[in-house]
Design a protein around this ligand. Structure first.
Ligand SMILES: CC(C)(COP(=O)(O)OP(=O)(O)OC[C@H]1O[C@@H](n2cnc3c(N)ncnc32)[C@H](O)[C@@H]1OP(=O)(O)O)[C@@H](O)C(=O)NCCC(=O)NCCS
Length: 211
């Protein structure tokens, strides 16, 4: 039996009139601690590894215009950020999170579409990649045109791989000489794949926000 709160939320998610998904900026710095707490709590529940990020790092992503935030009214609903690696030859989407009560309504898909579009807008020549152990993200990535690849096909930028140090599975990565780990690597190669129509529309929207 759904509670009144659940029914109200269901309606809001359906109508999406209070939902905003946009490039984060200085006005969103107040959400940083909530974002990091939500990511950490979700990793504990899943019992999976996660690359830990500091508040300063997430703040920087917001200030640089490299993060996507989803809000339901004023309430934090979801987040993802991008970063370029290997002299801008690669760009990764990381830190995807949706607050538990907003899940299963297609929000992660929308946030990921925006993060991917941001990557394509800011670094059009770069290969876009992500590491994930989650079925939902693999599904979303596949729809965006990503394909599974070996770790050798990703960036060799040491700074990127240092980001894995905070993960509970880091010993596997080092033991295998960075060839294998729990996560699946997925990559979008702009030379081989075309952006879908809805992505082109979001890229236009985001370019307006970046002005
Ligand atoms: C993973 C996560 C972001 C998904 O958020 P969400 O808003 O519920 O996802 P969506 O509703 O957009 O679902 C996208 C697709 O994945 C599927 N999906 C959602 N959760 C799933 C799960 N746990 N297992 C398998 N598939 C799942 C959905 O059915 C949907 O498929 P469809 O398009 O065919 O309907 C969310 O569960 C979360 O924040 N988890 C904790 C953090 C995490 O795992 N982050 C990813 C790190 S790589």
């Amino acid at each position: 039996m759904n509670t009144i709160e659940e029914l109200v939320l269901e309606k809001k998610m359906e109508q999406q009139d209070q939902l905003t998904i946009r490039i984060a900026n200085e006005s969103h710095l107040r959400y940083v601690h909530t974002i990091l707490d939500t990511i950490e709590a979700a990793a504990k529940v899943r019992g999976t590894g996660i690359a830990k990020r500091s508040p300063e790092y997430v703040e920087l992503k917001m200030k640089e215009g490299k993060a996507i935030i989803a809000l339901m009214g004023e309430e934090f609903a979801g987040f993802c950020y991008i970063e370029s690696w290997g002299n801008k030859q690669f760009v990764a989407n990381s830190g995807l999170i949706v607050v538990e009560k907003f899940r299963q309504h297609g929000l992660a898909k929308k946030i990921k579409q925006h993060a991917f579009s941001l990557a394509r807008a800011m670094f059009p020549q770069a290969k876009v990649f992500g590491l994930t152990s989650g079925a939902a993200v693999m599904k979303i990535n596949t729809e965006l045109g990503y394909a599974p690849v070996t770790f050798a096909q990703l960036t060799d930028d040491e700074a990127f791989w240092r980001g894995c140090q905070g993960c509970i599975n880091y010993d596997i990565l080092t033991r295998t000489d960075r060839k294998y780990c729990i996560c699946t690597a997925m990559l979008f190669d702009p030379e081989k794949q075309k952006d879908k129509k809805e992505i082109k529309t979001i890229i236009k929207e985001l370019k307006q926000q970046l002005k």
